[in-house]
Design a protein around this ligand. Structure first.
Ligand code: PEP
Length: 249
C-alpha cells in the first residue's frame, strides 16, 4: 500500500516545515509507503526533516533531459540528488493546463526510471469521455503510450495512479465499484503487456477527492493499492488517511 500526498502549489516554506515535522511524529512506525510531494522549492528543507523517518520524498513533475538550456525546468538528476524517491508524472493538471502530451509523459517516465526513481504515472478520463462511454478506451491509450518501450524490470519500479479527471479537486469521488472496475482493467492490461507476476506487483493508486470518510470503501477493493491525495494531504486529514491504511494491513 502507498499513501502519496500531492501538495500542488500550496503552503509557504515555514508552513511546509511545520507540517512535515508534525507528520514525522504522528506517522512514525506506520508500515507502508508514505510519500510527500511538496513543491520543488521546499524539497531540500523537507529532505532534511525526513532523514531517518519512515516518510519518503516525492516530486510533482520533472523534465526529461539531464541538463541544458531548458529555462524553468528541473531534471531528474537534480531530484535524485535531493533524495527524491517518487516523481508524479502526467498529472491531469500537467496534461490539461500545461499541455503535456502522452509522448512527453513517456519520455519523462523513462528519464525518471533511468535516474533510479519511481514514476507515479497518472491516467484518467474526463467527465465528457466517461459520459461518452470512452473510459476504458482513454485509460488504455494513455497507459499504452506511457509504458511504450518499458521492459519488465522497469515495470517493477513504476506506480500507476488512476485519477478520473472529473473527481480531482471536485469533491465528487468515484464510487468504490467504479474505481475498482477501472483498476481491474488496468491490472489486466498490464498482464497482457507484461505478465501476471509483474502486473500483480504494480501498485495502482486511486486519486480524486479522497477524504477520510470515503477512503475505507476504496481501499478495501482488491485492485486498489493506495491513494494519491491532493486537498486532504495538506492538513491533519492526511494523518486520518494513513491511520485507515494502517488498520487494513
Ligand atoms: C490530485 O491532485 O492528484 C488529487 C487527487 O487531488 P484531490 O485529492 O484534491 O482531488
Amino acid at each position: 500500500m502507498i499513501l502519496a500526498g500531492n501538495w500542488k502549489m500550496n503552503k509557504t516554506n515555514e508552513q511546509a516545515k511545520f507540517f512535515v515535522n508534525k507528520l514525522v511524529q504522528d506517522l512514525a512506525g506506520m508500515g507502508f509507503q508514505i510519500v510527500l510531494c511538496p513543491p520543488f522549492v521546499f524539497l531540500s528543507d523537507i529532505a532534511e526533516i525526513l532523514k531517518g523517518s519512515n516518510l519518503h520524498l516525492g516530486a510533482q513533475n520533472c523534465y526529461y533531459e539531464k541538463s541544458g538550456a531548458f529555462t524553468g525546468e528541473i531534471s531528474p538528476l537534480m531530484l535524485k540528488e535531493l533524495g527524491v524517491k517518487y516523481v508524479i508524472i502526467g498529472h491531469s493538471e500537467r496534461r490539461h493546463i500545461f499541455g503535456e502530451t502522452d509522448e512527453m509523459i513517456n519520455k519523462k517516465i523513462k528519464a525518471v526510471l533511468n535516474s533510479g526513481m519511481k514514476p507515479i504515472i497518472c491516467i484518467g478520463e474526463t467527465k465528457e469521455e466517461r459520459e461518452k462511454g470512452l473510459t476504458f478506451c482513454v485509460v488504455e491509450s494513455q497507459l499504452r503510450q506511457a509504458l511504450f518501450g518499458l521492459n519488465r524490470d522497469d515495470i517493477d519500479q513504476i506506480v500507476i495512479a488512476y485519477e478520473p479527471v472529473w473527481a480531482i479537486g471536485t469533491g465528487i469521488v468515484a464510487k468504490p465499484n467504479q474505481a475498482q472496475e477501472v483498476h481491474k482493467f488496468i491490472r489486466e492490461l498490464l498482464e497482457q503487456l507484461y505478465d501476471q507476476e509483474s502486473a500483480q506487483k504494480v501498485p495502482i493508486l486511486y486519486g480524486g477527492s479522497i477524504k477520510p470518510d470515503n477512503f475505507f470503501g476504496l481501499m478495501v477493493q482488491p485492485d486498489i493499492d493506495g491513494g494519491l491525495v491532493g486537498g486532504a494531504s495538506l492538513d491533519d486529514q492526511f494523518i486520518e488517511l494513513a491511520k485507515i491504511i494502517s488498520g487494513l494491513i
